[in-house]
Design a protein around this ligand. Structure first.
Ligand SMILES: [Cu+2]
Length: 281
């Protein structure tokens, strides 16, 4: 996957075609009928004290959005200690269930969507199948401009969304890999991570840290639980915070026909350190 990201970043088809033709051809995902697939479910939890994360400064539309917004980078439910926005996925699945028709990415707040956020992305961590359309939708009356990047900071998409409720569907075939940055160019406080997969075997944990992946063909797999870094390292020139490396847990699992495998992940995987001094500068 890393090498394919490099191909996307370099945008040189000839280079990639010459060097890895067979590997890419074999990695194409094949849709098959999964009649008695297994389920992988579980919870990502936080262990230890919950660090206080500094809010993120707002630089535009402060009348609507406020002076600061709550940082989305570490959301723990204090009752269950469930950790939200953990991306859970299987590595290298070559055949399986059909992907979704499209993958929606919402901007802004609307009553009909309880998880929607004023002046922010609803899907802060946003996985999708790269061969299917992403449905961009701004649901509020503010100009948002989603902008996604490949490794190496080349642009994958950059779409101005001035019209509330209009849906723009686009397919971002070049998106490969996990932890790719996306942002709103209008609002520097709006940032998230996307992941482009060949297959649809992924999930993002909910408010209580729960996830479920269904219709998995029986077999041996590597399951990955990925959670973004939350300690501010520095700020980019436009004031966007840059966080430390993600926390990643990998587990070998076996899925049997019609069975449910329970997998739990405990974060953080390294000592907690939140740098307030940097974040408040
Ligand atoms: Cu915006």
């Amino acid at each position: 996957m890393r090498f394919r990201s490099l191909c996307a970043a370099l945008m040189t088809t000839a280079f990639c075609a010459l060097t890895v033709p067979l590997a890419i051809a074999l990695a194409e995902y094949e849709v098959i009928e999964v009649t008695n697939g297994g389920t992988i479910k579980g919870t990502a939890t936080w262990k230890g004290e919950i660090p206080k994360i500094p809010p993120i400064k707002v630089f535009k539309h402060m009348d609507t959005c406020g002076q600061t917004v709550k940082s989305p980078v570490l959301q723990v439910d204090p009752a269950s200690m469930g950790l939200r926005f953990v991306l859970v996925y299987l590595e290298n699945v070559e055949k399986g269930k059909v992907p979704e028709k499209n993958y929606p990415l919402h901007m802004g707040q609307i009553k009909s969507r309880p998880d929607s956020e004023l002046c922010n992305f609803e899907e802060h961590v946003f996985p999708f199948v790269r061969t299917r359309p992403v449905a961009l939708q701004n649901v509020e009356k503010l100009l948002h401009n989603p902008h996604g990047f490949a490794e190496g900071n080349t642009t994958l998409f950059n779409v101005a969304m001035p019209d509330p409720m209009k849906i723009v569907e686009k397919t971002f075939l070049r998106t490969h890999g996990v932890g790719l940055h996306f942002q709103c160019d209008t609002h520097v406080h709006m940032n998230g991570y996307m992941a482009g997969f060949d297959h649809p075997y992924f999930a993002v944990t909910d408010h209580k840290g729960r996830f479920e992946i269904t219709g998995v063909p029986p077999g041996q797999y590597k399951l990955v639980l990925w959670h973004e870094g939350y300690s501010t390292k520095e700020f980019m020139q436009d004031h966007r915070p840059v966080f430390d490396e993600p926390h990643v847990i990998t587990k070998d699992i076996e899925v049997k026909e019609g069975d449910t495998v329970e997998v739990n992940g405990e974060f953080p995987i390294r000592p907690v350190k939140v740098e307030w001094k940097v974040a408040s500068e």
